[in-house]
Design a protein around this ligand. Structure first.
Ligand SMILES: NC(=O)c1ccc[n+]([C@@H]2O[C@H](COP(=O)([O-])OP(=O)(O)OC[C@H]3O[C@@H](n4cnc5c(N)ncnc54)[C@H](O)[C@@H]3O)[C@@H](O)[C@H]2O)c1
Length: 376
């Protein structure tokens, strides 16, 4: 088995989710490569060392530039706020490192384009962590759609609803709250939440051609954690958009952090001439399926528990009928990345794939501003 030495940048939510995946993947998947937790990088040595000790990294760095200089690092994993993705990715590509970058790929399409050019020029394997593709029920939905069972597609709709920024005294910026600071995040729910919905939608239903959108910022000013001053809020708190897909179907998307009672309600539904599918992150092992070709006495929505040995990824886990969770999507993504390294077929989404989602996000924000339809 070949070692793949990982340099992890950031130790927050995603730093932990990815590290868990690197640690588990070879226990459950038979692969040529084995991730080695070589170095963890964060700005301050104390927390970096604590993270390294807790999760099993061999060493730490406090400057990502130092990490990129190290000969013993094969791949860097970028788990830091969005405003750092471009600079680190381009430097990592120039240093010849493989790159696994968190989503959204960038702050905007222009940045993302530069990143794609850098990884393609350097010829380094690259991937963006749109992990929802690898929840088995979502992968299974794709297989059903690809088999043609739904027939011509008419509608795609998705929601991603949260409620954690309603309080007006919540600051913006700094640790944990960088998502509210437009300079760190690039946008609000569009890049943070809708980007997931858009990636899944493109993967399941093909390219989006044009959009019309509205956004709202309900709390217009917040104290900034870095300066202590009350500053304008530059992110979108809520966003809804309509779109056309290239296949002629219509899309309807909504995301907000102001849907009281919802923590992470990600749902999608797709309606075709012969059938429909729907999925809900809160019940992530189920896929709801309606098949119009069923005999009428038994025709109706079926709730398929995606836990059998022949469902995507499930054969690698427990006995049929038992459940997987959110964290397994990351294990599956690492497994596919490592498989891609071995067989020369890169796992998606690559940087270039993820740029398509970024283009839709940019078109959505532009449309919300101009109040006009925008081509992607
Ligand atoms: N795939 C998903 O479902 C998913 C979920 C959450 C977040 N994300 C993405 O992951 C990225 C990180 O989000 P998070 O939730 O883990 O954030 P977080 O706030 O939990 O962690 C961010 C980390 O970045 C570190 N950091 C900031 N500046 C740094 C620097 N200059 N050098 C080194 N480390 C630095 C912080 O110390 C912290 O450890 C974002 O791009 C976000 O959009 C993706």
């Amino acid at each position: 088995m070949k070692d793949l030495n990982i340099g992890m940048i950031g130790y927050g939510f995603m730093g932990r989710a990815h590290t868990n995946a690197y640690k588990r993947v070879n226990d459950f998947f038979d692969l040529e490569y084995r991730p080695v937790l070589k170095a963890a990088c964060a700005r301050n040595a104390g927390p970096a060392q604590e993270f390294a000790d807790n999760w099993g990294y061999e060493s730490i760095e406090t400057d990502w530039r130092q990490l990129l200089q190290r000969d013993d690092i094969d791949a860097v994993d970028i788990c830091v706020p969005n405003n750092l993705h471009k600079e680190i990715s381009i430097a990592a590509a120039e240093a010849g490192k493989m790159i696994l970058c968190e989503k959204p790929i960038s702050m905007n399409t222009a940045e993302g384009e530069e990143m794609c050019e850098a990884v393609e020029r350097a010829g380094v394997p690259n991937m963006v962590w749109y992990n929802y593709r690898r929840i088995p029920a979502v992968t299974h939905a794709r297989n059903i759609i690809a088999s043609g069972k739904l027939g011509r597609i008419f509608h795609y709709r998705a929601n991603f609803l949260q409620d954690w920024t309603i309080a007006e005294d919540l600051p913006q910026g700094g640790n944990g709250l960088w998502r509210l600071d437009v300079d760190a995040a690039g946008s609000g729910v569009t890049g943070d939440l809708l980007a997931h919905c858009i990636d899944t939608a493109i993967w399941l239903n093909g390219a989006i051609s044009n959009v019309t959108a509205m956004t709202e910022t309900f709390v217009k000013e917040r104290v900034h954690s870095d300066t202590g001053n009350v500053q304008p809020v530059g992110i979108d708190d809520a966003c809804a958009f309509l779109c056309h897909f290239d296949n002629g179907s219509l899309g309807l998307f909504e995301s907000t952090r102001y849907a009281r009672g919802h923590k992470a309600l990600y749902t999608f539904e797709i309606n075709g001439e012969n059938g429909s599918l729907k999925w809900d992150l809160h019940d992530l092992n189920r896929l709801e399926y309606f098949d119009y070709e069923d005999d009428s006495p038994v025709r109706g929505w079926r709730s398929i528990h995606i836990s059998d040995g022949d469902h995507p990824y499930l054969g690698n886990w427990w006995v049929p009928g038992l459940c997987l969770g959110y964290e397994h999507s990351f294990v599956h993504q690492v497994a596919d990345f490592l498989l891609g390294l071995a067989n020369g077929k890169p796992a998606g989404p690559t940087f270039r794939d993820a740029l398509e989602t970024q283009k839709v996000c940019d078109a959505v924000l532009e449309s919300a501003k101009s109040k006009a339809w925008v081509d992607v």
